[in-house]
Design a protein around this ligand. Structure first.
Ligand code: ZN
Length: 255
């Protein structure tokens, strides 16, 4: 680290758990943020200020006026611009040390596989089940830790799914792919602006812990935050032994 970096990251270096070694791990890390909306903006912003090496941020949308209430990487003059490209500009402005790769596309198929495989940790900051399940499948396939966040109305959720851990559940163990779960969309239901900031920032915390190898990640646990009543609780997520995504394939029959 040069003098400028020692100064920039000095408040991290003071944390004995993190220190120079943890900061070096952050600097060497590649992360993928899927979705540059209410969760992705604060998550990416904190990961950039924290000094991660390379941040890939994927979002096919353009900024519109309704986004500015909570999507804190954008300004009034970002309206009409690509979220991925605008994020790139904002993140590089706050920390030129960080390499930012903007993907202004809906990651799917081979492109999603490549992006997940290249990342150490994946943050799901998307807003729809189709993307969430596709990201989860890719993370299970490539053995990548997934930090999943969600926020709607006054309710937030946060969980880590780490397929490297024995008996780890995956996102589909919690929300099966074939479930009839109703898609709750902020465009219809509304969402409290700083709640998305809270959950997104907590996703950044979990990602930093995973990369630095410190603390206890929220693996196999789901944090539920009720912002309206100031209450939170954590529930264990069990692995579904019949989960079509993460359960081991049955032994080949013999004879
Ligand atoms: Zn599963």
């Amino acid at each position: 680290m040069n003098d400028e970096q020692l100064l920039r990251y000095s408040r991290h270096l003071l944390l004995t758990e993190l220190g120079v070694e943890g900061q070096a791990r952050l600097r060497a890390a590649q992360l993928l943020v899927v979705g540059a909306g209410g969760l992705g903006c604060p998550a990416a912003l904190y990961l950039a200020t924290a000094g991660v090496g390379r941040l890939t941020i994927a979002d096919p949308d353009v900024v519109d006026a309704t986004n500015l209430q909570r999507q804190i990487l954008y300004r009034a003059d970002s309206i009409g611009r690509s979220k991925a490209e605008s994020s790139h500009t904002a993140l590089r402005a706050v920390n030129p040390d960080v390499e930012v790769v903007a993907l202004p596309t809906r990651l799917a198929g081979a492109a999603l596989e490549r992006a997940v495989a290249a990342a150490q940790v994946v943050l799901d900051c998307s807003d729809n089940f189709e993307t969430r399940h596709a990201v989860n499948r890719a993370c299970v396939l490539h053995g990548r830790a997934l930090v999943s966040g969600a926020a709607i109305r006054f309710d937030g959720q946060l969980a880590v799914f780490d397929p490297r851990r024995p008996d780890a559940p995956c996102y589909a163990c919690l929300f099966p792919e074939d479930s009839e779960a109703e898609e709750l969309r902020c465009a219809v239901m509304g969402v409290l602006a700083p709640l998305t900031g809270t959950i997104g920032a907590m996703q950044a915390i979990e990602a930093i812990k995973l990369i630095a190898g410190i603390g206890e990640p929220l693996a196999g646990r789901l944090l539920l935050l009720d912002a309206l009543h100031g209450e939170s609780r954590i529930v264990r997520i069990a692995k579904d032994p019949h989960c079509p995504v993460c359960s081991a394939r049955p032994e080949a029959r013999t004879g």
